[in-house]
Design a protein around this ligand. Sequence first.
Ligand SMILES: NC(=O)c1ccc[n+]([C@@H]2O[C@H](COP(=O)([O-])OP(=O)(O)OC[C@H]3O[C@@H](n4cnc5c(N)ncnc54)[C@H](O)[C@@H]3O)[C@@H](O)[C@H]2O)c1
Length: 264
Amino acid sequence: MSTTGQGRVTGKRALITGAAGGLGVAMAWMLARQGAKVALTDVNLDGVQALASAINAELPGSAFAFAHDVTSEADWIAVVESAVAAMGGLSILVNNAGIGGELHYAESDTLENWHRVQAVNLDSVMLGCKHAMAHLRAAAPAAIINISSVAGLAAAPGMGAYNATKAAVWMYTKTVALEAAKQDWNVRCNSVHPVFIKTPILDPFVAMVGGDEATAHQKLARGIPMKRIGEPDDVAYCVLYLASDESKFVTGAEFKIDGGMLAQ
Ligand SMILES: NC(=O)c1ccc[n+]([C@@H]2O[C@H](COP(=O)([O-])OP(=O)(O)OC[C@H]3O[C@@H](n4cnc5c(N)ncnc54)[C@H](O)[C@@H]3O)[C@@H](O)[C@H]2O)c1
């Protein structure tokens, strides 16, 4: 991870959901070390409080932690207001929180699993865009980054609920991007599509593939031309670019972080 503090997002104020998890932690460090203030939110309050403490020990006053269930509209309203008050505004929203849900073929899926995955992976993105937009407009140039997946662009058996939500996030991103662009808001909206990245969300796949973790990761990498799975920083560097003004002419676009998998 870069610790050079080049200030690529100095003065920006970012809200990252699911920030206690693997990718969220990497994004939080990346944006903070590059000069942003970060509001870290998660259902796991202890996790984001510990992360904020660690970031503040290195970069005093940079990080704030909030309890946040991204499926709750009331939580979104409260958390956005708290984050804006703590940071003095909001110029970056990273809709990162997500779950894999249960693996089911269509015939055995349950409506409960389907609705849960929709709520966490998709309702959250709509609610975040809805309730952050006025603040993002006020702080423009601003950016929304929605974490989809390669599973939003290519299907896999047993992953119907996850595939459907991540594909919807991909398309919803474009709608929001066009709405903002047509109204000259200078709020860009892009989606990021990682393949397997080393985080706890892979645990069910590791268990399914079997063997120790390193062996399981190698097996998961078989379909990836670069012959490895990703590191959280591989995604965080893309988020940094999209959050910064370096990407000022980029909106409605999708970024695959997949070692070449979908190029095949
Ligand atoms: N790791 C991968 O291989 C991979 C690949 C493609 C896409 N993604 C996507 O990246 C994002 C982050 O995943 P990760 O790998 O860091 O997973 P993770 O399981 O390590 O972290 C996810 C975080 O989201 C939080 N969360 C879950 N439900 C929540 C809710 N209702 N409200 C608020 N927070 C909630 C969890 O507490 C956790 O901290 C997800 O959207 C995931 O679908 C991950």
